[in-house]
Design a protein around this ligand. Structure first.
Ligand SMILES: Nc1ncnc2c1ncn2[C@@H]1O[C@H](COP(=O)(O)OP(=O)(O)O)[C@@H](O)[C@H]1O
Ligand SMILES: O=C(CO)[C@@H](O)[C@H](O)COP(=O)(O)O
Length: 474
């Protein structure tokens, strides 16, 4: 009997590349691979796309199935600006989604067109994360590099192009640029930042192939390459997410989102109106400070990450990298409400609370934006590396008051990409493939009463700290 086809899905995220080799029939993960990335520290956040390429090759080979994969697809961290020369080589390191140096450009762009116009046209009001603000930053700060740019790509576009030799993207990741609309690239928005549309990749329709693997890659020549997408869109796909079901993802970024049939357009800028990797939408709110920030505070306190203690009056706003939700790019971390009897474990718990609180507040807006209704008691899917941590799980339950399901599927971004690849092999829709694989199934943690006292304490500190949170400490 012939062996079932195997596909490879890849997650090129901020900290690492993760690859999975998956049995197309059963969804069983047959092999995994991982290779780290380097992210610059200091004022900006940059990574070398060539390192992503090497990490891709290493992670894919480490699955042990590179030589028999029937198709491949790549999900990648959203928004990052990759600029290439005419030969396809990066002109400089990529400016990443969490690089807040582009905050003044985002502010100026918003002021020029107005938040309502941005939300109506691009689906989102640009923050520092959006590619449009990064391109504007590059033009302002490195005009020679901007002038020498022959192609503008997102991280997953760059890696897909490295495999196929073609310039392609998909609607999901393109919707995080700030210059994409359902009708195509918006020439007026591109005009605002002086970007020639000829430098942009072709948007491959959902379910279609971006091309085939060319000679010399880590996979066999001629293997079909799916469109790929942004990492959040890929995770939604990996879950086979149904409209209106809320997801909270705890990784380098914290995100909350839902698939919706209606197109979101939030003029407050809290919710980004992304497209999903199918034909629907993915309203999403994203924080810059999630697992890395809380792990850092645990280290500062000299505690294991799960060594939390309940009680006390402390509030921690863990905005170590500035913050995006709420939009406070100049913010820094804040400890408030300490007393003589405050313990290190309570401070660590307060850091978890601070990170989760902003995501849960934004969740209400996410659901409202897409016109879907999930009742306050409806379950929340908890994913990302942090979802495996007891302290994260307990915090989300206590501050949301919702039942929380922890899907059994690991590496859901890579799995979603694998579902796209499998769709090319079987002809199914990638969402149908993922539902068949059942990655969203998993234990349901019952609801506990919502800790409204903690919620009010954090909200009170956040609103009263407004001045400190807009002040940039040198
Ligand atoms: N068992 C665990 N408990 C708590 N946190 C965890 C655990 N395992 C991983 N993490 C956290 O998950 C993060 C990585 O999550 P992941 O979703 O893989 O990141 P990314 O967003 O970069 O893809 C790490 O920063 C780490 O803090
Ligand atoms: O900017 C966003 C979403 O808008 C982030 O979610 C990035 O897509 C990075 O993701 P991770 O590295 O945390 O997976």
């Amino acid at each position: 009997m012939a062996a079932a086809p195997v596909v490879i899905g890849v997650d090129s995220s901020t900290q690492a590349t993760k690859a999975v080799a998956v049995d197309v029939e059963t969804g069983e993960v047959l092999g995994t691979g991982r290779a780290p990335h380097t992210v610059s520290a200091g004022e900006g956040r940059e990574s070398d796309p060539r390192q992503w390429g090497r990490a891709f090759d290493d992670a894919v080979r480490a699955t042990g199935h590179a030589d028999r994969a029937a198709a491949v697809s790549i999900g990648g961290q959203q928004h990052g600006l990759v600029v290439l020369d005419a030969a396809g080589a990066p002109l400089r390191p990529a400016l990443l989604w969490n690089d807040v140096r582009s905050a003044p450009q985002a502010e100026a762009l918003t002021a020029r067109l107005g938040a309502h116009s941005w939300a109506g046209r691009a689906g989102s009001v640009p923050t520092a994360a959006f590619t449009v603000a990064k391109w504007a930053w590059l033009r302002d700060n490195e005009p020679h590099t901007a002038a020498a740019t022959a192609a503008v790509r997102l991280p997953h576009d760059y890696l897909t192009g490295r495999l196929t030799g073609a310039g392609t993207t998909d609607r999901g990741d393109a919707s995080g640029t700030g210059w994409w609309t359902p009708a195509g690239y918006d020439k007026d928005l591109l005009g605002l930042v002086g970007l020639d549309p000829a430098l942009l990749p072709e948007v491959v329709p959902a379910g279609a192939a971006a091309g085939t693997v060319r000679a010399g890659a880590a996979l066999r020549e001629g293997v079909p390459v799916a469109a790929g997408t942004g990492d959040n869109m890929a995770a939604a796909l990996g879950l086979g997410l149904r409209p209106g079901v809320p997801v909270l993802s705890l990784g380098t970024s914290g995100t909350v989102y839902a698939v919706t049939r209606g197109r979101p357009a939030d003029p407050t800028g809290t919710v980004a109106g992304f497209a999903d990797a199918g034909e629907d939408w993915l309203p999403l709110a994203c924080t810059l400070n999630c697992t890395l920030a809380v792990d850092r505070i645990a280290t500062l306190l000299g505690r294991e990450r799960d060594a939390v203690e309940a009680g006390g009056t402390a509030v921690v706003l863990p905005f170590l990298d500035g913050e995006r939700t709420p939009n406070l790019p100049n913010a820094s971390g804040l400890f408030h409400g300490l007393r003589h009897d405050t313990t290190p474990g309570q401070l660590l718990q307060a850091a978890y609370d601070g990170a989760v609180h902003t995501l849960l507040v934004a969740l209400e807006d996410v659901l409202r934006q897409g016109g879907e209704s999930a009742g306050a008691g409806d379950e929340l899917l908890l994913i990302g590396g942090g979802a495996q941590g007891a302290a994260w799980q307990d915090t989300v339950r206590r501050l949301s008051g919702r039942p929380v399901r922890v899907p059994q599927g690991r590496e859901l971004v890579a799995l979603g990409a694998a579902a796209q690849a499998a769709g090319l092999v079987t002809g199914e829709s990638p969402y149908d493939v993922a539902r068949r694989w059942g990655a969203a199934d998993g234990p349901l943690l019952e609801a506990v009463p919502r800790d409204t006292e903690a919620v009010e304490r954090i909200a009170g500190t956040l609103s009263r700290a407004a001045e400190l949170m807009t002040y940039r400490q040198a």
